[in-house]
Design a protein around this ligand. Structure first.
Ligand code: DC
Length: 212
């Protein structure tokens, strides 16, 4: 039985960084499920193809491509992720990933609710839109990209609203998710807080797992 840590949360909340660090800590595999929706979005933007067809024939070789990280692709990913057939096409890959040995950390929007409802530990990460926009602004500035911070706040708020209000698998904290607000935490403090929440649950799951 593999052990899953589900890390859901709002856009640019730092959930990806936390998930990566948790995976390294426990020597688990890591999947950024948002990158799947971003790949579909990139295909739609680049070729004008149908989102459902793109999801059904997803090209994972570009998962590390910097092009999927743009805000334009993020917004398009949010749009295509509201299409039920797109979600259905990406479902099996995520479910299969969740069975990896010795465990998997998956970050996204519906991991604790739909992809891995039996996850050993579930986190829901959030921070104020202003703080999330500031972090993104600093990241973009570091890349030499200039963008108005207020515009970033508006984009994040709009994306969260769309993700929260869609009909299928909306972004919502699972009933048994532990909430972590990183507004006043830097990455080291956020990771320490995440570990404090997750470690007892993962420890219990590891202890309960049959050896061999
Ligand atoms: O986590 P991210 O910003 O890379 O996600 C991009 C978009 O993909 C997000 O706005 C909504 C969608 N998404 C989703 O619907 N379900 C997931 N599990 C992950 C992402």
């Amino acid at each position: 039985m593999s052990i899953v840590i589900a890390v859901d949360g709002t856009a640019a909340s730092g959930k990806g960084t936390l998930a990566k660090k948790l995976a390294r800590h426990f020597s688990f595999a890591h999947l950024d499920s948002g990158s799947l929706y971003r790949l579909v979005a990139l295909a739609v933007i680049e070729t004008g193809c149908d989102a459902v067809a793109a999801a059904q024939a997803i090209d994972l070789s570009r998962a590390g491509d910097a092009a999927i990280r743009s805000d334009r692709v993020g917004a398009k990913a949010s749009e295509v992720s509201a299409i039920p057939e797109v979600r259905a096409a990406l479902f099996k890959f995520q479910r299969d990933f969740a069975t990896q040995w010795p465990g998997a950390v998956i970050d996204g929007r519906d991991i604790g609710t739909v992809i891995a409802p039996d996850a050993a530990a579930k986190l829901f990460i959030d921070a104020t839109p202003e703080v999330r926009a500031r972090r993104r602004w600093l990241e973009l500035t570091g890349l030499g990209i200039r963008k108005d911070e207020r515009e970033l706040v508006a984009e994040l708020v709009a994306r969260d609203r769309r993700d929260r209000e869609r009909q299928v698998s909306p972004m919502v904290a699972a009933a048994d998710a532990l909430l972590l607000d990183t507004t006043d935490l830097d990455i080291d403090a956020a990771f320490a807080a995440a570990l404090t929440l997750v470690e007892p649950k993962v420890g219990a799951a590891l202890a309960a797992r049959p050896r061999g």
